[in-house]
Design a protein around this ligand. Structure first.
Ligand code: PLP
Ligand code: ZN
Length: 364
């Protein structure tokens, strides 16, 4: 198993402490998991590592690092919609799937200190798992990030750097610090191990339902859940478990919609967009680093990209809360996009929507 650069195709050992290839390209894992098979799941483990037969783990570090992430319920919301309750996680967001695998990898290769930039949730996850792994941690967040997320990161013993500027600038500042220090860049965007965790979202859906729903909504900022979901589905396809991709609908904020604009204008490369502040802070990414990879998937699998209207986020959040489901605004935005999609295209049944982040996380 090696890393392969997405830009120049050069190989690199996965034990490397470098953040990316010398040419600037990001890595992908050059590794093929076993064919997915329900009989190869370790049913004694109540968490994502029950799927470790399909994960690129070097050793057993995960055993002392796991916080019991994953195994989130799927509930019926109404006759058309199923919700996967991914905010029922150790740090209250789906990012724990990725962080558990990424920090296990860090432990396996002897990392002592990690740096990471985040809109908050991935920072919460990386801080929590670093704490469990006894790894020093420093997180960069943009000014305006919910105080609750910041306090949570601090409570895990991580240092928080609040950066004046938008999310993309915050990432630039963190990367500069990575260059100048010897710390490991535990980025949910750069590091391929993160996606080996988020792909368990699909494994779980299949194990729970014994099928894959016809329509799958996914929030799309940097694409950590998006890429994980596509990877998981590709593995099910390659294992002859499903025979076609479901209808995948990726959701962006109307105030920060680079993929929406790119796909609407049928561009091959990501187009530049103006960004306005949005309540959907988790998907407010103007310059996603894996844009080309995500666009390849979008065009290959005919993924629809839709926008979530800012003025429907609160309505959507209230609709969910009135039924007992209390989510943060970024997650309400995914449901708002579903409502608009049905208004435009008519009702769609057999739809799965992820409930990614808990309501207690946002301040609004
Ligand atoms: C609650 C929530 N939903 C969705 C996302 C989007 O994830 P990504 O930026 O990896 O596409 C995030 C990212 O932080 C998030 O916090
Ligand atoms: Zn390269």
């Amino acid at each position: 198993m090696k890393y392969i650069c997405l830009k120049c195709s050069k190989y690199e050992a996965i034990t490397t402490k470098k953040a990316n290839c010398d040419c600037g390209g990001l890595w992908k894992l050059d590794w093929k998991p076993k064919k997915f098979d329900l009989d190869l799941i370790d049913k004694d483990i109540w968490g994502i590592f029950r799927y470790r037969n399909f994960m690129p783990l070097i050793d057993d570090s995960w055993k002392s690092i796991s916080l019991g992430e994953g195994m989130t319920p799927i509930i019926r919301f109404n006759e058309d919609v199923l919700l996967k309750m991914d905010y029922l996680m150790p740090t209250l967001s789906f990012k724990d799937r990725g962080a558990a695998v990424l920090i296990s990898h860090c432990k396996s290769i002897g990392v002592n200190k990690v740096l990471q930039d985040s809109s908050g949730n991935a920072g919460n996850s990386v801080a929590a798992y670093s704490a469990k792994a006894n790894i020093e941690c420093e997180i960069f967040v943009p000014k305006g990030t919910s105080d609750k997320k910041i306090n949570m990161i601090r409570s895990h013993g991580a240092k928080v750097n609040i950066i004046r500027g938008v999310r993309d600038y915050c990432a630039d500042v963190c990367r500069l610090e990575v260059k100048n220090s010897k710390a490991y860049y535990a980025s949910h965007v750069y590091n391929p191990f993160f996606y080996e965790g988020t792909k368990t979202y699909i494994y779980e859906v299949y194990e729970q339902l014994k099928r894959i729903p016809s329509n799958i909504f996914i929030p799309l900022g940097n694409g950590t859940l998006f890429i994980g979901v596509i990877k998981g589905l590709e593995e099910l396809l390659n294992s002859n478990i499903i025979d076609k991709m479901p209808n995948i609908i990726a959701v962006q904020s109307e105030y920060c919609a680079p993929f929406f604009k790119t796909v609407s204008t049928k561009n091959k490369n990501l187009v530049k967009v103006d960004i306005k502040p949005t309540m959907a802070e988790g998907i407010a990414i103007g310059k996603p680093m894996r844009a080309n990879e995500i666009l390849d998937y979008i065009y290959k699998y005919d993924v629809k990209v839709v926008i979530s209207k800012e003025d429907r986020i609160i309505e959507a959040r209230n609709n969910l809360a009135k039924k007992g489901i209390y989510v943060e605004h970024t997650t309400a935005a995914t449901y708002a996009a579903y409502l608009t999609y049905c208004d435009v295209n008519g009702k769609i049944s057999d739809t799965l929507i992820p409930m990614c982040g808990a309501g207690l996380k946002s301040d609004h």
